[in-house]
Design a protein around this ligand. Structure first.
Ligand SMILES: Cc1ncc(COP(=O)(O)O)c(C=O)c1O
Length: 301
């Protein structure tokens, strides 16, 4: 049996541990996948780009018509408590002290009905866990990806816990030993199962528009800032399938991957078949941004 580790977590006002955190079977998150989530990286105890995560969390809750039970400051307080407990519990056992805080808010507990119940209290769960970075081989050689049709729903901009489409897509790449599944919808590239995707052509970093077909990763804003700081042209526009296969470089981005070079797609090399110069510059910039994260608690806490 897969037993849960005794890691600290938060559930509906209580600080407990994973094996003791229990939710009703009538929770709308369990019954309908009716809820949203966030994943915040934490470097050396500092929450990375927390304000941006709060903006996205608020947007996802508004779109799903779930009440936001906390202020940004209260969310930060929960996060920092979990980060401290996790560090206390594990610091001697793991070398890597970077963490990621997971927040999940579901509509709450009510008898099963598709119509949104009124007077319902959202279920709030949070935990922190180790942030596993990409390994040296992935950074030096790049990773392989496969492609597939984007068969997910058309509200990909909501960071919803209804992730079956993403689970099926990611498994397709896992089954063939690849790192991600890059998806296409109506002839244009959307994103990967759990990452945004960037192409580089003639020195320009290009991502798809921030519309309902992609989740606007927190790295959207960060990559734009890094490009601006380094004088790299940056563009958001629809990207045709062919542009992915003829790109000079392709990169994934997410909270855990940071920016990660893709050097093979569907078994064929991307560009020169090795991590490119634009990736190297963005990765360096990313590391500086991590170091520059303020040590103080986020505003409002
Ligand atoms: C579908 C999808 N797109 C993009 C991302 C990247 O978002 P972020 O940069 O905020 O981690 C994720 C992250 O989980 C994701 O699941």
């Amino acid at each position: 049996m897969n037993t849960l580790p005794d890691l600290p977590c938060y559930l509906n006002g209580d600080y407990t541990t994973l094996p003791h955190a229990k939710v009703s079977v009538m929770d709308h998150g369990f019954i309908f996948g009716d809820g949203i989530y966030e994943v915040v990286p934490v470097y050396g105890g500092r929450l990375f780009r927390f304000d941006q995560h709060m903006v996205r969390l608020t947007r996802s809750l508004k779109e799903t018509r779930i009440h936001n039970p906390f202020t940004a400051g209260e969310w930060a307080e929960i996060a920092l408590k979990l980060v401290a407990s996790y560090a206390e519990q594990t610091v001697s056992k793991v070398e890597n002290t970077d963490q990621m805080v997971y927040f999940q808010i579901t509509r709450g507990v009510a008898l099963r009905d598709h119509v949104m119940p009124t007077d319902i209290t959202p279920t709030v769960f949070a935990m922190s866990n180790v942030l596993k970075p990409a390994n040296d081989a992935q950074r030096q050689q790049g990773v392989a990806c496969i492609t597939a049709d984007d068969f997910r729903w058309e509200k990909a901009h909501i960071k919803s816990v209804s992730l079956l489409g993403a689970v099926l897509a990611r498994q397709m790449s896992f089954d063939v030993g690849a790192t991600e599944t890059i998806m296409f919808r109506h002839g244009h590239r959307s994103e990967a199962a759990a990452s945004n995707v960037w192409v580089v052509k003639n020195g320009v970093v290009i991502g798809p528009p921030k519309d309902h077909l992609v989740l606007e990763g927190i790295r959207y804003g960060l990559i734009e800032e890094l490009c601006q700081a380094q004088g790299i042209p940056f563009e958001l526009r629809p990207i045709r399938c062919a542009e992915v296969f003829t790109a000079d470089e392709v990169m994934l981005s997410s909270a855990t991957k940071e920016v990660l070079p893709v050097t093979r797609i569907d078994g064929k090399p991307v560009g020169a078949g090795k991590p490119g110069p634009v990736y190297q510059r963005l990765y360096q910039g990313y590391q500086l941004a991590k170091e520059a994260t303020p040590t103080s608690a986020p505003a409002g806490s």
